[in-house]
Ligand binder design. Structure first.
Ligand code: CTP
Length: 239
């Protein structure tokens, strides 16, 4: 089976002064997370969608599901963990109650990237089936400057070899379980990205093409950009 995993365990502390975690803020006529969940639910290859939400917002999310997707039998809600990888782990524990197949694929996606496309999800599924693990990226346009001490530059990687990571990130569920459970506590404390975890344990993570429009809403300015982007997309549809 192929599962969509919507990562919504965070509270959006970098957004500043909003009364709701960023995934629940309105974007057009519905909350950001609803745009994301809808994209996964309508995708023809996704069998089931599991949302991992911050436990304090569990009831709030349940109410949203009731409002936007009533009687949707292939949509599950679980409590997220204390970090992003443990939210994925909680989602996988829920999935295992329903399916024990080691070939199952999970397509994980940030609840705050509302402009994910059908093609990105499809490409993720194709690569995860073929290679086991893949990450969505775009080529870096700026020169990336690396500094280990935050005082002076310690490296400038060759730009054509540098990408910016997005989501979805997709993998065979069994591979995630094996790698996650092999991580030490120190590794788990420092590694926030699932693909970094696979790399640490010697796996190859294949690249699939994202898009500049697939932004992550992190700061208030990103939220404003998302509103402008949605407005122009809707304008294009009408004209
Ligand atoms: N996330 C998650 N579980 C966590 C922490 C984060 O599922 N324990 C999710 C977020 O909800 C978000 C995605 O991972 O959809 C990307 O993380 P980020 O943008 O850092 O979100 P927050 O942790 O909410 O933001 P901040 O770091 O500003 O607090």
């Amino acid at each position: 089976m192929i599962f969509g995993a919507i990562l919504a365990g965070g509270t959006g502390s970098r957004m500043g002064n909003y009364t709701l975690p960023k995934q629940f803020l309105p974007l057009g006529d519905m909350p950001i997370i609803i745009h994301v969940v809808e994209k996964f639910l309508v995708h023809p290859k996704i069998d089931c969608v599991v949302i991992g939400v911050n436990p304090e917002w569990h009831q709030y999310m349940l109410d949203l599901i009731e409002k936007y997707f009533p009687n949707q039998s292939n949509l599950l809600l679980v409590d997220g963990g204390t970090d992003r990888n443990s939210t994925i782990d909680h989602i996988i524990c829920e999935i295992r109650k329903h399916s024990q197949n080691d070939d199952d694929i999970i397509v994980t996606h940030d609840a705050v990237r509302p402009f994910v496309t059908v093609k990105m999800i499809s490409d993720n599924i194709t690569l995860a089936k073929k290679y086991g693990i893949c990450d969505t990226v775009i080529p870096a346009t700026d020169t990336i400057v690396y500094s280990e001490n935050h005082m002076y530059i310690t490296d400038i990687p060759i730009r054509k070899n540098v990408y910016q990571g997005q989501t979805p990130q997709s993998f065979q569920i069994k591979l995630f379980e094996d790698v996650y459970h092999a991580m030490t506590k120190e590794e788990l404390d420092t590694v926030t990205d699932a693909c970094k975890m696979f790399m640490l344990k010697g796996h190859q993570v294949y690249l699939t093409e994202g898009h500049v429009s697939n932004i992550k809403i992190t700061y208030a300015d990103d939220y404003k950009s998302a509103q402008i982007m949605l407005g122009s997309m809707n304008g294009e549809k009408m004209s």
